[in-house]
Ligand binder design. Structure first.
Ligand SMILES: CC(C)CCOP(=O)(O)OP(=O)(O)O
Ligand SMILES: [Mg+2]
Ligand SMILES: [Mg+2]
Ligand SMILES: [Mg+2]
Length: 139
């Protein structure tokens, strides 16, 4: 018998908003990974492209309207026996004047721009996996 849909991995999309060598992160609140630093992003919804999901989640969570995000990396995170995510990381470089708003105060403590090499800890597991991967954001 095939596993129930709830027994299968889900797909998340994390969005790397770079402003020079700084990246936008926020401390998660209220759902799994609460208290850890993560990128804006969320669940890939039925029928969405990676680009559409990245644009939608960033707008929902930060109020920033991004354009043309590009595929950057993918990670596979088994959080526990019932929580398993493949995360697609999309990247966009934004203008210096772009500022993020805290659109979902029940899900995030606040957004901040930090150097890629100094992302605060603890990091949300998929972001930690990206940092520990071969992904090189600056060539
Ligand atoms: C767990 C993660 C890789 C995918 C889901 O992210 P999320 O909890 O931020 O989801 P939403 O923004 O869609 O609520
Ligand atoms: Mg979201
Ligand atoms: Mg969502
Ligand atoms: Mg989210």
């Amino acid at each position: 018998m095939s596993p129930a849909a709830s027994d299968r991995p889900k797909v998340g999309v994390g969005v790397l908003l770079f402003k020079g060598e700084n990246v936008l992160v926020g401390k998660r609140k209220g759902s799994h990974g609460s208290g850890t630093f993560a990128l804006p992003g969320g669940h890939l919804e039925l029928g969405e492209s990676f680009e559409q999901c990245a644009i939608r989640e960033v707008l929902e969570e930060t109020g920033v309207q991004i354009r043309d995000p590009v595929f950057a990396y993918a990670t596979n995170t088994v959080f526990n026996a019932t929580t398993h995510y493949v995360t697609i990381f999309m990247r966009v470089d934004v203008e210096p004047g772009v500022e993020a708003k805290l659109m979902e105060p029940d899900k995030c403590e606040g957004w901040t721009w930090v150097p890629w090499d100094s992302i605060p800890e603890p990091m949300f597991e998929p972001l930690l996996a990206l940092k520990e991967s071969r992904y090189q954001p600056f060539g």
